[in-house]
Design a protein around this ligand. Sequence first.
Ligand code: 5AD
Ligand code: SF4
Length: 451
Amino acid sequence: MKQFYLETFGCQMNVVDSERIVALLEEIGYRQTDSAEQADLILLNTCSVRDKAERKVIGHLGRFKPLKDARPELIIGVGGCVAQQEGAAFLDRIPYLDLVFGTHNIHRLPEMVAKVERDRQRCHAVDFLDRETRLRLFPKRSDTDSVTRFVTVMQGCDNFCSYCIVPHVRGREVSRPSGEILAEIRELAAAGVREVTLIGQNVNSYGLGTEGEVSFAGLLRQVAAVEGIERIRFTTSHPKDLSDELIDCFGELDKLCHHLQLPLQSGSDRILRRMNRGYSADDYLRRVERLKKVCPDIRLTTDIIVGFPGETEEDFRATLEMVERVRYADAYTFLYSPRPGTAAAELEDDTPAEVKQERFDRLLEVQNAISEQTWQADVGRVLPVLVEGRSRQGRGQLFGRTTWNRIVNFAGDESLIGRIVDVRVVRSFRNSQLGERVAGDGDAGASVSFG
Ligand code: 5AD
Ligand code: SF4
């Protein structure tokens, strides 16, 4: 049997796309392998959101060149956002590359692979599809043995934040019909899934511009009514579209986890304007206040960009101040990098790299201290944990997550997988917590049969 090797970079969207790639390749008789050396087909599913993406992909592909030299029939392909951006030019730049497929062309992969196999002809497909075709091709997969799943509810982005490549490589927003989303989630629940994460570039604008469609809050309520689903998460949210109706869901829906990823990007109004974010620091704080009012133990995480063109020390301090006021449980911090084709790439950028790095380090120090305090505060507490599987730690350990999306490892029997059990946190580390199951717990979810 022919074998393929696939590497995935970037966001959840790419993770879902890669599942689709796996399914399509299996349909044409390929089996996945984790050894590039053994593979007949090597694919990279790439991300271009940050930092020298094209160069990194080229560097990465270089590792496979000796394999191609030794076995010229080996097929090498690149998909995802870098492929979308580079298009046919990538074939010119990398002589041993056979396939380039863009973000809207995953469904063409079987046909493209067959063509390379048959005609030994290199090919590319990077056209954007129309709305109807995209709706027809929405990623969906319900055969699963996992406890948690991503469900794509919308794709694309219309926001054009000035630094961001996503609208350029993923195209305009389309929302998948709520009826289809619910049908998929019901199937997932029947297959044993207990937690769904609704994903999209900007889930809050779900349904906008689609006549007769429910709002994102409306969709959440419908998902919450699906029997067997115990927990719901969603990502990513744009603060400007975080409606009162949606915030209030955190108070109303028991299944909605008490965690929200709410990208701040900057705490300075001047920089937020230059980023084309559509909110001020005050608007953002008002959203956070309402969230904390309806759901007092909610924990927020965020994305922050340091060193956007024109950022002054004062702008940066405004970001630090926001971080201290909101007290994020965690933050993903990035040094700004110009993305070719975006509006910000045209802005003059005169802040020296050392200054940016120094700001980045200061931000990290402040945030790390807050994260540490937040997670240490869990030690000694008994928290409900949805058990997802056997832990990588081995030794009879299981792992699951708390409502705040923290991984907890604890000793327990595999029969607990798929259930929500009470676990006392005994230690807190940077990326996970160690816990012990509390005997005689209420076992919320124990009545739900699994499988
Ligand atoms: N430079 C640095 N960070 C970026 N991000 C997006 N584009 C850029 C860029 N050009 C970050 C944002 C976004 C996250 C996914 O990546 O913080 O929320
Ligand atoms: Fe990029 Fe802004 Fe769209 Fe997020 S909302 S994907 S940061 S353009």
